[in-house]
Design a protein around this ligand. Sequence first.
Ligand SMILES: [Zn+2]
Length: 198
Amino acid sequence: MRSLLTATTTLLLCTIPALRADSLPNLTVLLSVDGKASTAALNEMKSELNSIMKETGRNLDVRLRSQAAPNETFNDVVLVKLKGTCKMERMIPFMDERGPLAWTHSTDGAILPFAEVSCDRIANAVAGALWGGQRKQADMLLGRAMGRVLAHELYHIIGKTHEHNADGSLAKEAISAKQLISDKRITFDMRDLNRMTP
Ligand SMILES: [Zn+2]
């Protein structure tokens, strides 16, 4: 009996790669923008977010809240408020602009599908980490940083967890400004992905 069970399990596992992309659960991320935003930053944020979240087995649909139809319905939706100026307007960081880069809300301990991202704080961190020729790509790098920060918040929301990962994945509690803009990818590890498994 045992070998039969193994065979059945193997068969089931083999069906996973054959899942059609359109049968994967969708997650819609609707953005609202408070202040000025660079198109380059927003585009890069979407692309970074898609690339990171692909590993969670979800199709991501990221767009502006204003682009959603008034009576549109969603399987799964997260609202994201981009606060402040999502554009690199100055390259010198203000030392007093410290604090969380983003946060979620919860009621009775349950995390709500709503995140706020501080573009001002992320831009400030990016300004402090830019080096040489990177200044020419400042808005793109800001977008990359925003994508990484937002992916971290989605981890909390999708994984329904307040916990962080001490092992240095994107689910860790604090990230350096250098890591936010680095060409080297930062991803979730197996434990994080399991938490976010649909
Ligand atoms: Zn966190």
